[in-house]
Structures are given as structure tokens and as C-alpha cells.
Ligand binder design. Sequence first.
Ligand code: UDX
Length: 470
Amino acid sequence: ADMPLRITVIGTGYLGAVHAAGMAELGHEVLGVDVDERKVDTLNQGRAPFFEPGLEPLLERHVGSGRLRFTTSFAEAGEFGDVHFLCVGTPQQPGGRGADLRYVDAAIDALAPHLHRPALIAGKSTVPVGTAERLTARLAAAAPAMEEVHLAWNPEFLREGFAVEDTLRPDRLVLGVTSRADAAVLEQVYAKVLHAGTPLVVTDMPTAELVKVAANSFLATKISFINAMAEVCEAAGADVVQLSEALSYDERIGGKFLRAGLGFGGGCLPKDIRAFTTRAAELGAHEALNFLREVDEVNMRRRSRVVDLVRELLGGSVLGAKVAVLGAAFKPNTDDVRDSPALNVAATLHLAGSQVVVHDPQANANAAAKFPTLSYADTAAEAVAGADVVVLATEWEQFTSMDPFELEQQVAYRRIVDARNALEPQRWADAGWAYRGMGRPVPTATIPPSIERLVSVTSSTAVRQLPAGT
Ligand code: UDX
């Protein structure tokens, strides 16, 4: 049953590169395909073109053994593969809310003319429901061996930062197929994963397409639910972190994805809920997903809230203030800055006239490519040097483990916005910091802060009176 197959993976981004390495790890012979020559070169050296924990060792091992290689040639891919996984991006349409399917279409168009023998194309990209049906027609028009070339949909649920783990040990496998034989091919691909007891759902293609966007919509809704509670907590003087903990003990609710803070970002959740709403409207089911617009709006309001808290700590204006933004990636353990809440906050503060210095342990380069007008520091110490206020925007471990007494040696003023609720408020207040969390009461210091560094945060005039470093 564990017969190795010849597999191609089309698109070597965060999803495809990990999938290709994962397929090799499962024992298959794998050819990754990308139009980006530099990426292909990097991968062929066994190196990861982006930061993803655990990916590079896999690439090294399997590129080294010859089981995994990469090419820019679709002709080679068509010749090589028994199964072709489609892993290209489906970003948000420029200037729209729907999914931009140009890369999916281009991949099918590039591959189809080279399919001269039986093959299964398995879509992994997140697409609007109905895309697989449309691609089937597109393939039929272009593939010489069409009766022998089938399409299936096999959505991917991996999380960045845990992508290798999620690929090799997924929560479930979902196969959208048009025949039992096609399901059998994919079951052969995943034989090792299935032997490990991974739940399997075999269904039709539209359902498989929907599972992915439904899952991401649910996750986004859960985050926005707790962030909506944070807004109510702010109005009522309650603490959303304790509220969330109390909710989490109800197993029907569960504690995962119930962390209030700066909200969700990344290449998936934000664009997926927008594309889903758009697709539902096209299908005449717009009412069903109206709530996802609210989910999006609650999420975006958290970014404004952080900017407001910075302004409040600065006594009313951010103009000219030095703001250290710790974090640029949309979450820790990735260098991905797509729709990053951290960078959105940094850019907004910059536009409002503050001097923003950003530091991220992995994402500085990607951030600088997107927001070249912001300043970037190589170290956290450099970013916070002389800062009027610090914003913890991405909860990297090196930020959440910061010590208030160490940090105070570096900043001009002890003011911090903990946009991810990642710090212990009382500890920072007791160390003399003006602390603001998300949906949490302002902690009051039980120990009086040292006099000379005390800064009034309620007066709008007292803010920048003290020289830096006093
Ligand atoms: C997500 C899905 O989890 C994954 O299954 C799917 O395949 C792709 O989209 P990913 O985008 O890698 O994965 O990130 P995820 O870990 O889900 O986090 C998404 C965002 O939500 C991050 O910005 C994170 O900071 C935020 N988040 C997460 C919260 O604000 N609160 C939480 O409680 C959890």
C-alpha cells in the first residue's frame, strides 16, 4: 500500500514548498515547480526561500538524497507526475474583495498541454466554491489526454510556523473527488498519514472547497468574537483575558483562538472571509455571510484601538514621538507580513507623524520591501533606544519574555501598549510602567514608581517635558 508515487507540487510559496518537502518525507519522488527561477535555485540547494521552522532540514535531506528537486519547466512536470498538487496563491483581488484566481488559471494553462498520460491534479489552494468545476472545463479544453486526466480538491489547513508539523500530522484529510478511483490515488499519497489514524473525509469537490473557507471563517469569527468582548470590556471596565479563561473551561467553547488582542492578519484569514462573502453573494446567498463583514470590521477596529492607546499614552498626540514597534510579522514564528496588523499599526503611526522604528526577529526584510518608508532596527534594543512608547505588536517569545527593569534602561519613557495581551500587566505597572492592554483595565501600581522617571500620562502637556534618558 505504501507505494511511492511521482508527485509534482506547483507553486513553492509557504504552502507549496512545505508540501513538496512533506511529500518527500512521506516517501514519494517529488518535483516542485515554480515560475520564479531564484526560488527554484534556492530550493535546489536545499535551502528555504522563507523562514519556516523545520523546513530547511527536510529540504536539505531530501534534495540531498535526490528524492526532491525543483524546476521552472511545466513540460518536465507534465512528463514526471502521477499526481500534480496545485499550491499557487489565491490573493485578494487588487481593488476588490473576491479571490484573484489568475495564478490558479495560469498554472492549469501551463500544465495542461504537457499532460500526455494519466494523471490526477489535486488542488490545494484556497478557492471560491465552484472553481474546481470551472477548472475541469478549462482542462478539458487544453489537455491532450483529458479522459485520463482528473481533477480533485484536497484543501490544506496548515498554519505558518507549524507548517511542517501540520503537513506530516494534519488534524484531518479532506478529499473532494469525482470518483472512488481518484480518492484511492490520494489515499495512496497519504498512506502513511492515514495509517497514523488521521481522520479522513471523502466528499465531492464543492464541499471540499467549502470546508477550507468555512474553517477559516469559523476561526476568524472566534477571534473577532473575543475581540468584540474586549470592546465591551473596555467600555465596562472588565478584563477580557479573565473572561476568555472562564469561557475556555466550557468544552463546547474551548480556549483556542480565543485570545483577544490586535486581531488576525496573514495571507489567509482576512482575504478568505472577504472572498467567501463575495462568492456567497454571487451565488445568491449573501445574507448567510453578512456576519463575516462584522467579523472583518471588529478585527480592523482593533488596529485603530492600538493607535488610540499609543496616542493616549502620549497625552493626546503622536506627532514627533518616537514609537518602537516590536514585531512586523502577522504572528510569531514566521517572516510573513501579508496583511500584518503589526505593520498596519506601524504605518498608521508613521502617517500620523510619529518616528516609528520597527524590529522583527525574522520579518524585517519582508516588511521593508512592503513599507520602505518605515525605519527598521536589527535588534529590539536598537528599536526601543530612546523610545517614548513601546508597542508589542507580534508576540515573539523574545518580546513576551522582556523584563520591565531591563527595558527601562533603554527607553526614554516607560510606556507600553501590549497589543497582544502577552505581558503581565501588574508586573509592568509595579515596575513603574504606564501599561495598556487590549480589553483590560489599566493596572494601578501598588509600588510607587521611581520619582525621576515618573511621567504623567493623563495630562496632554506633560508628555515630552523630560529629556530622554532621565
Ligand atoms: C490560518 C489557519 O489557522 C490555517 O488552518 C489555514 O490553513 C491558514 O490560515 P495562519 O494564517 O498560518 O493559519 O495563522 P493562524 O495561526 O491561524 O493565525 C491567524 C491570525 O490570527 C494571526 O494574526 C494571529 O495572531 C491571530 N490570532 C490567532 C489571534 O488574534 N487570536 C487568537 O486567539 C489566535
